[in-house]
Design a binder for this molecule. Structure first.
Ligand code: DX5
Ligand code: ZN
Length: 219
């Protein structure tokens, strides 16, 4: 699955930017990745609930909300209520990740757990069984356009193994620095879903970029 990140889109024309990857065929996004940043958990500030509510009305594509915020226990369920398909919270920020996953599901969303490049996955294997998605960050969260950190692929492999051996039911998502050069290694390591911001919205034709990434991920 390919999830274009609107962090690299033109915020003055968000609806049109999403429509650009909502057409039929291989250029259609599977999810639209929405990066919510609060200027506390990460040193950047983006968009929040009102924008997600508007996007929900605008597009039929599932919204994959990645919350880079403090105290997600308090704020994340609101994104589920706003109609997000996935609500992903950071393990470094969540106070009670198990309860939070339950609350997200009760509010009608899939629950996602995100992990920063320097955070070991081993400490959270028990937590993961409560989640639908694991988002492995392959850059430091906060900004688009950074270089892919290959060391995080070990986490993708660990999660893939646990899923394939039936110990976990999870989609493995990778986020940061995914482009035509890096997507193959991420696919090979076992990622199911690929977030791409600059590689999609920095390209002249976003749908074509989605189709090209999909092609490489399948190779
Ligand atoms: C970074 C965000 C990413 C970002 C990826 O904190 O979580 O989703 O948009 O952008 P690229 O694909 O340009 O690395
Ligand atoms: Zn993201």
């Amino acid at each position: 699955m390919i999830a274009p990140s609107i962090l690299s889109a033109d915020f003055a024309r968000l609806g049109a930017e999403i429509d650009a990857v909502a057409g039929p065929g291989d250029g259609r996004a599977d999810w639209v990745h929405v990066d919510v940043m609060d200027n506390h958990f990460v040193p950047n500030l983006t968009i929040g609930l009102p924008v997600v509510e508007s996007l929900r009305k605008h597009t039929g594509l599932p919204l994959d909300c990645h919350l880079m915020i403090e105290d997600p226990d308090r704020w994340a369920p609101g994104y589920a209520e706003a109609g997000a398909h996935n609500v992903t919270v950071h393990v470094e920020a969540a106070h009670d990740p198990v309860m939070l996953a339950k609350n997200l599901r009760a509010a009608g969303a899939k629950a996602g757990l995100a992990i920063k490049p320097g955070t070991p996955i081993e400490d959270y294997l028990d937590t993961l069984k409560h989640y639908d998605t694991l988002l492995v960050m392959s850059v430091e969260p906060g900004f688009g356009g950074q270089s892919f950190i290959p060391d995080v692929l070990d986490k993708v492999r660990t999660a893939r193994r646990l899923v394939d051996t039936g110990h976990l039911t999870l989609l493995v998502e990778i986020d940061g620095g995914i482009n035509a050069d890096t997507i193959e290694q991420a696919a090979e390591a076992g990622a199911d879903c690929f977030v791409a911001g600059s590689a999609v919205y920095g390209a002249g034709d976003p749908a074509k970029a989605v189709a090209a990434l999909r092609d490489k991920a399948r190779a």
